[in-house]
Write a protein that binds this ligand. Structure first.
Ligand code: ADP
Ligand code: MG
Length: 512
């Protein structure tokens, strides 16, 4: 690179030298001292100013002067028959005043032009550089602010002290649904008329007050006429002399936030109702226990028979059902703290299987299988709650299989989700009748049940406990083929032993 630069410099210098030699030749042949072509030297000097700065131009002018003086000397020497430069010098400084002063004037003019041209060129160059850096700076600044404003999710607008809109960002256009309307330069009262009227009023009041306002709410309407709450804050821009120059307003669409707020309020209310219901359930359970206990005693003591016996049993079974309902409900409503511990999944599954095999809905016609990764799988969770989840799913599976029986399968697998996070998937599957597709999104609702004696709280409890574990539950079902519930939990390390890497495939082991 520097070689090319050096070559370029050399060539330019050579160019000027040859130019001067040519011009000197022309001047010499056209009468030297009397030649009108001495003005050609000026061209060289001015063009040198474009290339070199002041000093360079003065150097070129010196070369020009040398050439000019040489031409005049030589010519004069020839004219006077003493063709040596030495004689010329003598002549120049000797008698002929016109020649001396005229040459001197030429030299002076050449230097003067060189100085002026060089000086101006240098000034111009400096200005150029300044302009370049200033425009680069401007470009960068514009890029930064432009980017910020473009990617801002909030609406932003600025207006003058007279209410004329100057700037209006894209988000503002979207929020106010003003796409395509010319806004900048127009009066805000004209732009925000009709459904946006309250916004114009708000902005103008803020401007008139001359004070910044903290966030407040303005209710306008969207293009379809629905209410659109805006959260808006404004700042006043002041001139250096304290006069109001304009206003900046920043605003957001609060619809989503309002919905969330309402949902929170509702959740609060639900929690209060739930607490109340839980208290009631407790209160009911005690007299209920007294009733069923008393009836039990009466049945033995009174030795009732026939229809009376049937009625007695009805009381006992129905109080039992009520009791179950109440305890399920209490389980659902109770907000037990989830105590997170490192849990070994396979252990929880075998504990659950122990319980389910003693459960009344389990029968000998059912087979329980476990399908799990060979390595130990750990999750962080509350052992009791996870056991409860698996139990509820397993009881449902038993009830779905019914007397005909079938297979209940538990699964555990360590997986990596698309975000690269380690997860553990637990599955409970049965080959029962399945769930009709239109019921799939209802089964997790509290009190939804298709069973005559169901409470409809089993899956509601499952979803609540899963939520407490920051997990996720999915269900898939094929009518006539069976149902699978998949639970996803945050995985934990700790099974990095060689066994896990050696055997990748799942294995199936029959527990029964
Ligand atoms: N494994 C399953 N197979 C078929 N249906 C199921 C299964 N699990 C749940 N269901 C359906 O979901 C409903 C709700 O279940 P759940 O909340 O446990 O309440 P309950 O068992 O008291 O009915 C059940 O009534 C049933 O219709
Ligand atoms: Mg159930």
């Amino acid at each position: 690179h520097w070689r090319a630069l050096l070559l370029l410099r050399l060539l330019t210098a050579l160019h000027f030298v040859s130019e001067i030699i040519c011009e000197a030749g022309i001047v010499y042949t056209t009468g030297s001292f009397y030649s009108p072509y001495a003005a050609l030297f000026l061209l060289t000097i001015v063009s040198a100013a474009l290339v070199y700065r002041l000093v360079g131009t003065l150097l070129v002018a010196t070369a020009v002067n040398g050439a000019y003086v040489a031409v005049v000397w030589i010519n004069y020497g020839l004219l006077t028959g003493r063709p040596t430069p030495g004689a010329g010098v003598g002549a120049l400084t000797g008698g002929d005043d016109t020649l001396f002063y005229s040459t001197f004037l030429h030299i002076l003019i050449f230097y003067l032009v060189a100085f002026i041209a060089g000086y101006l060129a240098q000034k111009l160059q400096a200005k150029d550089r300044l302009l370049d850096s200033a425009s680069a700076e401007l470009y960068r600044a514009r890029l930064a602010t432009g980017d910020i404003l473009r990617h801002l999710n909030s609406g932003l607008l600025t207006m003058t002290g007279r209410g004329e809109i100057i700037f209006f960002n894209h988000a503002a256009e979207t929020i106010l649904e003003l796409g395509g309307t010319e806004v900048s330069g127009r009066d805000c009262r004209a732009v925000f008329a009709g459904r946006l009227g309250p916004l114009a009023d708000g902005l103008l009041t803020a401007l008139a007050s001359g004070q910044r306002t903290a966030r407040r709410e303005i209710n306008i309407r969207d293009a379809q006429g629905r209410p659109l709450p805006l959260g808006i804050s404004t700042s006043i821009l002041f001139d250096t002399d304290g006069a109001v120059r304009g206003l900046i307003a920043i605003f957001q669409d609060l619809t989503q936030a309002k919905v969330m707020e309402e949902r929170m309020r509702q959740a609060d209310r639900m929690a209060a109702v739930g607490e109340l219901a839980a208290c009631m359930a407790h209160e009911i359970r005690n007299p209920l226990a007294a009733i069923s206990g008393s009836v039990e005693v009466l049945r033995n003591d009174l030795a009732v028979a026939g229809d009376d016996e049937k009625l007695m049993s009805l009381i006992i079974t129905e109080t039992g059902r009520l009791n179950k309902m109440l305890s399920d409900f209490l389980m659902y409503a109770r907000v037990d703290r989830t105590r997170f511990q490192k849990i070994e999944v396979q252990r929880i599954i075998s504990d659950t299987i122990e319980i389910i095999r003693r459960h009344p809905s389990f029968s000998e016609t059912m087979r329980i299988e476990v399908q799990a990764d060979t390595g130990l799988t750990f999750i962080s969770g509350d052992a009791d709650q996870i056991k409860q989840i698996l139990l509820n799913l397993a009881v449902n599976a038993c009830e779905a299989l019914g007397a005909a029986g079938g297979v209940i399968q538990f699964g555990a697998a360590a997986i990596t989700d698309p975000d690269g996070e380690r997860m553990v998937a637990l599955t409970v599957r049965d080959n029962g009748p399945g769930i009709p597709i239109d019921l799939l999104d209802k089964i997790f609702l509290p009190f939804f049940s298709t069973k005559k004696k169901g409470t409809g709280l089993g899956l509601a409890i499952v979803s609540r406990l899963i939520e407490a574990h920051h997990g996720r539950v999915e269900v898939s079902s094929i009518l006539g083929h069976g149902t699978e519930f998949r639970l996803y939990f945050q995985g934990l390390g700790g099974d990095d032993g060689p066994a896990r890497h050696a055997v990748e495939a799942d294995f199936v082991s029959a527990v029964r």
